[in-house]
Design a protein around this ligand. Structure first.
Ligand SMILES: NC(=O)c1ccc[n+]([C@@H]2O[C@H](COP(=O)([O-])OP(=O)(O)OC[C@H]3O[C@@H](n4cnc5c(N)ncnc54)[C@H](OP(=O)(O)O)[C@@H]3O)[C@@H](O)[C@H]2O)c1
Length: 243
C-alpha cells in the first residue's frame, strides 16, 4: 500500500490518551499511522477520528499480552505494508493508583503489560523493522521509573511511586538501553520517552500537562533526524533525563 511520506508507524494502546494524540500528530505530518487497541470498537472510533482529521490511519486489534494477537499484527503489517518504520510501545497501565495497597498480582500484571509486552512486540517486529531504511523503536517510559529521581526526589514524587509501575518503567528503561545496543546491527534505533505528567485516564485530570504537549516527546523521537537520534537514552522534551 502506498503511504503519504513513505513511513509506517505503529502505536500500541492508541485508542485514547497519549497514543491517539501521537497518532494524530504523526498523521498530520504525513506518516501512515497504525493504531492498536485491545477493544475493536474503541480502535474503530479512534481511527475514524484520525481519518476525519485527514490522517492515513488504520487500526488493528491488539491485547499486548496476547501472543496470537501479536502474530496477527505481524501478518497484517507484512501483507499490507511489507515493512515497519517506527514502533511506539505506548500501551501501559498503572493498577496501583487505586488507593489500596499493592500486591504480587498487581505487580505481575503491570510488569506483563508495561515491560514484557513491549519486549515481545519489539522482538516480533524486528524482521519488518529491519526492512526500513530508518527504523526506530520508542518506548513510552516514565520519570517514575527513574532510580535517580526515587533517590533524590522522594519527598516530591515518592507518593506516586508504586512497586509494579515504577519497576516496570525502570525495566523498560533497561530494555531500551539493551535493545539500543543489540538491535543496532539490524539498523534499528531505540530510545525511551518520558511524556511528563499528562491529563489522560492514567495521568488523571489533576495532571498539569495537556495531551498534545505530552505527546510531543515521542513525536520528536520519531521525527528527529537519524544523525541526532539519542540512541539508548531516556528523553523528555528534547533533553536527556537521568536514569
Ligand atoms: N499520563 C501520564 O501522566 C503519563 C506519564 C508518564 C508515562 N505515561 C505512559 O504513557 C503511556 C500512555 O498512557 P496514557 O496516559 O495515554 O494512558 P491512557 O489514556 O490510560 O491510555 C493507555 C492505553 O493503553 C492501553 N492498554 C492498557 N493495557 C493494555 C493491554 N493489556 N493491551 C492493549 N492495550 C492496553 C489502553 O487501552 P484501554 O482503553 O482498552 O484501557 C489505552 O489505549 C503509558 O505507557 C503510561 O505509562 C503516562
Amino acid at each position: 500500500m502506498a503511504t503519504k511520506n513513505g513511513k509506517v508507524v505503529l502505536i500500541t494502546g492508541a485508542n485514547k490518551g497519549l497514543g491517539k494524540e501521537i497518532g494524530r500528530q504523526l498523521g498530520a505530518l504525513g506518516y501512515t499511522v497504525v493504531i492498536t487497541a485491545r477493544d475493536e470498537q474503541a480502535g474503530g472510533a479512534a481511527v475514524a477520528e484520525l481519518v476525519a482529521a485527514g490522517c492515513d490511519a488504520h487500526t488493528v486489534r491488539l491485547e499486548v499480552t496476547n501472543p496470537d494477537h501479536i502474530a496477527s499484527l505481524v501478518s497484517y503489517l507484512e501483507t499490507t505494508f511489507g515493512k515497519l518504520d517506527v514502533l511506539v510501545n505506548n500501551a501501559g497501565i498503572a493498577l496501583e493508583w487505586d488507593g489500596k495497597p499493592t500486591n504480587a498480582d498487581k505487580i505481575r500484571r503491570t510488569l506483563e503489560v508495561n515491560l514484557i509486552a513491549p519486549y515481545a512486540i519489539t522482538e516480533a517486529l524486528v524482521p519488518l523493522l529491519s526492512r526500513s531504511d530508518d527504523a526506530r523503536v520508542i518506548n513510552q517510559s516514565s520519570m517514575l521509573g527513574s532510580m535517580g529521581a526515587a533517590e533524590s526526589m522522594w519527598e516530591e514524587i515518592g507518593g506516586f511511586m508504586a512497586v509494579g509501575y515504577s519497576t516496570s518503567k525502570a525495566g523498560l528503561d533497561m530494555l531500551t538501553l539493551i535493545q539500543s545496543k543489540t538491535l543496532a546491527s539490524k539498523g534499528i534505533a531505540v530510545a525511551a520517552a518520558h511524556p511528563g505528567w499528562v491529563k489522560t485516564d492514567l495521568g488523571s485530570q489533576a495532571a498539569p500537562m495537556e495531551v498534545d504537549e505530552g505527546a510531543s516527546t515521542a513525536v520528536e523521537l520519531v521525527t528527529i533526524t537519524r544523525e541526532q537520534f539519542p540512541h539508548g537514552q531516556l528523553r523528555h522534551k528534547g533533553e536527556r533525563m537521568p536514569w
